[in-house]
Design a protein around this ligand. Structure first.
Ligand code: ZN
Length: 390
């Protein structure tokens, strides 16, 4: 074996168990000789040179939630209920393949292991390209938006057709197809049920935006507030007679939350990945844990859209897998997961940073169903295991 080098890391995550503080890796050329506690390895390998100390040694992280096709948008911080119409909808003409290609290049350059990407139905060419060509593993989720129960059956029939067509494009090692019923209130209760049952039958991974902003809770509890108003304006163009109780399949109610609403519909039985989950109750967290669903947090996007702060410790305590995502550049600023990790450490300053490392690696792999390489004796060593410093 070539000369041994010992690299000290403030945080070491081998891909097994929990990350440890003051860990180390002993390498001999391209191979890992040992990984573990610093003091132990110094005793076991007295001949190994301690050449450097780094912040984190871990498998490459995963960006579990992004919108590549929005990469030509400019970043704009606005409250969520205002950001949707004034940024997302207003800028829709810039959505598409050119943006997605630019976005994927940024994601690949950042050095992630896998990506969870939401694909807007207005740009099916993005889905075709991701499944058939993109050189990255992960899941491309086909987004579904339709709040009108009158068109739920027709929309669902179209989704089944789309899925059949897209599935033929999946390749081993490439991206897999998933589905994304967009959000709690932008898909009718009827369509939510149809999609969840279909996803379960077809083993399609699901991502749904849930409990993102406090106004989403207000919408299901009273049918009022700024999101209810902007949503009413939005649906007035396509379905002028549609009411919120028709969308939800029930009246808003003070004891309802976005999570309890989806649980009531049976959507959580499909074990979806729930995105954001900022505005939740203790009961919501228990419900998600019992359902075996996992969550993705996007700290920069949540801060920029004034959504609040994700209750990270409460989710971990309940046993829910937490993953990390950048969201789009329009709310998350960049698609670089290391920027997100740095922001997570700033925003969650009192959280044990080992939980953030674990979320970015293991949480993401749970969401996307990818494998995490182990850092242990005999495995190949890569400089890519040393995470860039923020
Ligand atoms: Zn999103």
């Amino acid at each position: 074996m070539s000369e041994l080098e010992l690299i000290h890391a403030d945080i070491l995550y081998t891909g097994m168990g929990l990350p440890i503080r003051d860990g180390a890796v002993v390498t001999g050329g391209q191979t890992i000789a040992a990984a573990g506690d610093l003091e132990t390895l110094r005793r076991q390998y007295p001949q190994a040179d301690l050449r450097r100390t780094v912040g984190v040694i871990a498998p490459p992280p995963i960006n579990a939630h992004a919108h590549l096709d929005m990469s030509d948008y400019a970043f704009q911080a606005l409250p969520y209920f205002q950001w949707i119409p004034e940024v997302v909808i207003a800028g829709r003409l810039s959505r598409g393949l050119a943006g997605a290609k630019k976005g994927l290049a940024q994601v690949q350059h950042s050095g992630v292991a896998a990506l969870g990407d939401i694909v807007w139905p207005g740009a099916p060419e993005v889905m075709e390209w991701l499944l058939s060509e993109a050189e990255l593993s992960g899941v491309a989720y086909w987004e579904v938006l339709d709040p009108d129960p009158a068109t739920a059956d027709a929309t669902f029939a179209q989704v089944m057709q789309d899925v059949q067509r897209f599935r033929k494009l999946e390749r081993p090692g490439g991206m897999r197809l998933g589905l994304s019923p967009h959000a709690t209130h932008t898909v009718s209760s009827k369509l939510h049920r149809l999609l969840a049952n279909f996803a379960r039958r077809e083993h399609l991974p699901l991502q749904i935006h849930v409990a993102e902003h406090p106004s989403e809770v207000e919408l299901v509890q009273s049918g009022t507030g700024p999101l209810a108003q902007s949503f009413a304006r939005m649906i007035s163009f396509t379905s002028p007679d549609l009411t919120l109780p028709e969308v939800l399949g029930r009246a808003p109610s003070p004891d309802l939350t976005p999570v309890s609403y989806l649980a009531e519909l049976g959507v959580l039985d499909a074990k979806p990945t729930l995105i954001h989950m900022v505005n939740v109750t203790d009961e919501d967290i228990r419900t998600v844990a019992q359902a075996g669903a996992n969550v993705v947090t996007c700290p920069r996007s949540n801060a920029n859209l004034e959504c609040g702060t994700f209750r990270w410790t409460a989710f971990v305590a309940a046993g829910v897998d937490v993953a990390l995502g950048t969201d789009s550049v329009a709310s998350g600023e960049t698609l670089n997961i290391f920027d997100e990790i740095a922001a997570a450490r700033r925003i969650h300053a009192n959280l044990d940073p080992r939980l953030i490392v674990r979320a970015a690696v293991k949480g993401g792999s749970r969401v996307l169903g990818t494998k995490v390489p182990f850092l242990r004796r005999g495995e190949a060593w890569s400089e890519g295991f040393i995470w860039p410093e923020a």
